[in-house]
Ligand binder design. Sequence first.
Ligand SMILES: [Zn+2]
Length: 448
Amino acid sequence: MRRTLIHNATIVNEGRSVQGSVVIENGLIAEVLTYGKEPSAPCDEIIEATGCCLLPGVIDDHVHFRDPGLTHKADIFTESRAAAAGGVTSIMDMPNTQPLTTTLDALEQKFDLLNEKCIVNHSCYFGATNDNYTEFNNLDKNRVCGIKLFMGSSTGNMLVDKTNSLLNIFNGTDMLIAAHCESQEIIKKNTDYYKEMFRNATDIPVSKHPFIRSSAACYASSELAVRMASLAGARLHVLHVSTAKELRLFSDESLEDKHITAEACIAHLLFSQQDYKVLGTRIKCNPAIKRQVDRDALRNAVNTGVIDVIATDHAPHLLSEKEGGALKAMSGMPMIQYSLVSMLELAEQGIFSIETIVEKMCHAPAKIYGICKRGYIREGYQADLVLVSHGERWEVNADNILSKCGWSPLEGNTFRWKVDKTFANGHLIYSDGQVDETYRGEELRFNY
Ligand SMILES: [Zn+2]
């Protein structure tokens, strides 16, 4: 059996950074060696990693690969290519595609497409509607990562807005419920208010987006979700928390003890309201990017353990679909290719430690979802690994963007951290600018 040695890296794993080497054999991490220790048997290939950091591959629990049905924006193949180049080895795809992943047939179709086209490992959510909760019992819990619940409308219009439906959903499953929380009622009221204010303009300026999709809208909906989940004893994961105020709904106890967990997304950790001036609708997303105090509170909550997971909400649109203002421009942006390096850049600025980044982007998703044998650098685990190095600054630009939409809100940004190599199941899927486009990832499996 072919053995690959990743030699003398700084291994960042489980809260520590230590010098060492890793042996990959048969798709698995066969040996984790402390510095100076030799492999138990000769290796066929040696990758010299002195000066580089070896991390578990990133697990992104929140992506919209737009496949099937919206493939003019993105598709599973193109976006998984971008994921591989970004050090992401596993993704969980959202159900607001066409058809919506809200029936067992559509779910099977999604799995078929993922198996056919996805370069990284994968799973997908089953989307809740106002009346499909009876299907939850028919889902394969070892295969489906969770239930996606839109308590606020976004691309695809999967809004669940009936109290009875919400009760049925929260009481109807012990699977993880991942919720998009924004109160539609408050959003509608705010929209009407700004429509009146800008009645003579062609659209409402995008700078008003965070006042339409306001903090109050987020808090009201998150509070409701947390309250209902607590009463039902449901397993709730609140996606893309975007305000300081919502953070009080979550606890900083250890992940093992939590029934209700929280995710922050890259855009909300990087940008704040003042960035609309330069980036305009490129950073229009739902929930909206809000004040700098919100961004800073989210960053702090990552460090204190109130935020459990950092994900991307990778949600590509064509630039032409981003034209207009708060009403017409579509919400969402591509992010997966630069998620890890942009968080490492924050580590460089002293905002997070590199160990915290690994905790939130690799370990925590594995723990929260109960992913089998991934998310850690441990002997016997799948060899999902990413090798990163720190050197000359490089720039995000059209030459390196792999997402189908061909743009990034980070264009022109420079990073010193760079993804050198990405391994999925021991296979080198990305190396020095090249993705192995022939490889296909595996379906994730979940412990239940
Ligand atoms: Zn999303």
